[in-house]
Design a protein around this ligand. Sequence first.
Ligand code: B12
Length: 211
Amino acid sequence: MDYKELEQAMADLDEDTVLDMMKEVMDNNGEGVKEALEACQKGMATVGDLFEKGEYFVGDLIYAGEIMVEAMDIIKPALAGADYKKLGRMILCTVKDDLHDIGKNIVKAMLEAGGFEVIDLGIDVPPEKVVEVAKQENIKIIALSGVLTLALDSMKNTINAFADAGMRDDVKIIIGGNPVSEEACKALGADEWAYSPQKTVQVCANWASAA
Ligand code: B12
């Protein structure tokens, strides 16, 4: 497979080519699935660059996210490996005051591909809602997404809400999104952070296995 062609197709928002190439990966028993995923992610990065340059508009970005989710849906079984692992349930959401969900949805697709049942609370989710659902559903892994700089405050408030509820030691919290870094992770008191969806899956899978 020509991964450069796939990357370009993603960048060009050429849905048919991207989805055909994903089907080709599955027809070849998932061979090259990792490279195909990386090609899509690089294409997505180009989409972001073109937006910044004013060549793409918001609708293009949303469309790009939809193509990515469809593409992930096709290759999910290969990403998860032949043996579809079950790693249990976890919570994912975009934190309060942040409405961005393209990255969250990509991470969701990857976590599901990795064997998690993801309780997706959506966007603009207040801290108390996350705590409430974690308590009700007995969830131990929480993933918080945010793209705005102010999302860092909401992440901190969410982490503090777990402490206030006396539940901070019962849960593992991973944060991600554009403004998140190692520094932010430490400052906010999260357990982990990640940019790449692959690392997110690895970290959560390790937590689930250790539980
Ligand atoms: C698309 C977009 C929108 C769309 C969102 C559509 C949607 N359904 O999400 C719309 C038009 C709605 C929008 C609105 C706004 N936006 Co906007 N938006 C963007 C844009 C162009 C792309 C974001 C994106 O989806 N990136 C692609 C995804 C795949 O990347 P990602 O989210 O970072 O996710 C990756 C990783 O971070 C990671 N990840 C993500 N989540 C998680 C979670 C976990 C747990 C882990 C481990 C990893 C992880 O995995 C993903 C894949 O690698 C960015 C510019 C940019 N270059 O980022 C601006 C941007 C984020 N927006 C911005 C702004 C200012 C706004 C508005 C305030 C605009 C306005 N004046 O109304 C509103 C905000 C409304 C709100 N309250 O949230 C600013 C933020 C500035 C800042 N520093 O805070 C940016 C940076 C643009 C800019 N340069 O000014 N936006």
